[in-house]
Design a protein around this ligand. Sequence first.
Ligand code: NDP
Length: 499
Amino acid sequence: MSDQPLWSGNRLYYGGTWQVAKGSGSIAVASPATQEVYGAVPIANAEDVEAAVAAAEAAGPAWAAMDALDRGRHLRAVADIVRARMGDLATMEAAITGRPIREMRAQMGRIPEWLDYFGGIAAGLEAESNRLRGGFLSYTAYEPHGVCALLTPWNHPILILVKKLAAALAAGNTVVIKPSELAPATPLLFAQWCTEAGLPAGVVNVVTGDGTTGALLCDAPAVRHIDLTGGTVTGKRVAAAAAARLVPCTLELGGKTPVVIFEDSNIEEAAAGAVFAAFVAAGQTCVSASRFIVAEAIYDEFLEAFVRRVKALKVGDPADVATDVGPVISAASQARCRAHIERAQAEGARLVAGGGTPVLPAPFSSGNYVQPTVFADVTASMTLFREEVFGPIAAVTPFRDEAEALNLANDTPYALGASIWTRDVARAHRMAGKVRAGMIWVNDHHKNDPRSIWGGFGDSGYGTENGWDALKSYQRKRNVVVSTATGFDDWFAGGKRYG
Ligand code: NDP
């Protein structure tokens, strides 16, 4: 990272340019791996939020009126810029989130897919028409909501932002983004890249700050749709703010993702899948596998293969391509993980891997590291089985039969992701039909694609990202009925119509 990165200073990005913030506070942007401070961003105040929303509102009519094919071309131009700058973007994402560079290169490599996909289907919302009895023509029409607030988290700063933004812009909305205070830099730069790609000023705007800034944005009268990825507590606050103004919202929240492994699985493959499911992003994704529910018949064998692989994970410098697991995002996250480890031990779970803080050389000795940790013999009443950890800690629980596996998997208020590992095709579909989750993988985990809808229910929120559903959720559908009769059928003059 250079000494004075472009994004650092007292500036926000809205109206197609950098703007001096009126708010007085600032937030340091630091490495979770070393605590090195890279720069700072301002905390946008009410005046800043108002100005950014006004910029989005002013850009709205022309963007909405633009032919959808042309909006699609704009999105693909942004994709081209991301492709050209992918290396730099991955380096920044790794430095700021602490996620290993190998992960971030792979993730940045996929960002253009969302822009290309939504750019491609932007023009595809085809309305329907019908002839109604009595000589009427009825047809539907789509229109964008207007200004959309995108509240995004720190774990995938650009991926989650682009998932939301691509659908919102394709549908003809303009956006104001409030990135997480823990990873606000790449979203600011991304907004500038959108301008460089030719997007009209005000279509993409970013205000940085903390939860207060997010709340101001939710309350801005011109914001007509809100889309949040974050925790369940924040989700409820945002839903309440949206309800107070009768504004629709999409909430992608927490999870306590079960992974059910049956006795007919290939054990080494299931163990490799388990490590990927639990420890990619140091366990900091909404669908991180945190509850492994494993058939008694293969329990010991699976545990041995799983633990062997977990112990081989290389923890360290996120910039090193050999690193498998980086730090967690903050000291508070590290403390939460440590508290979970202590509590799991106190409640009687059996520690079989990790459990401590990795011993790393300076400057990484100051980082927010947690050893990849596995607890076996976790019961459904233990805290580790019930609470979302959002860190590199996995719980393993045995089951006797399919009914018990299903009960354990569904014993949570969350319903986001789940994976099922079996070679029995009938069992796979039977389980997929009964596991409470918005996204289910069979013999895989984490698979995310712009064509596969993404979202949950229960404490995991509502609404969907990805696919046609996301595009449609960013528009309202209206109906027009036209009388094609030669005259008005007057009811009070003895007409035959009613309604
Ligand atoms: P939050 O839910 O607090 O943050 C998500 C986004 O919402 C951030 O941009 C945040 O800003 C913003 N925000 C916070 N409060 C408000 C508000 N009242 N109104 C509007 N916007 C608001 O996530 P955290 O980073 O604090 O993580 C807490 C927990 O959430 C994690 O431990 C994990 O359980 C879960 N989480 C889930 C994610 C997922 O992928 N589903 C991603 C991240 C977290 P700011 O960060 O600046 O406060």
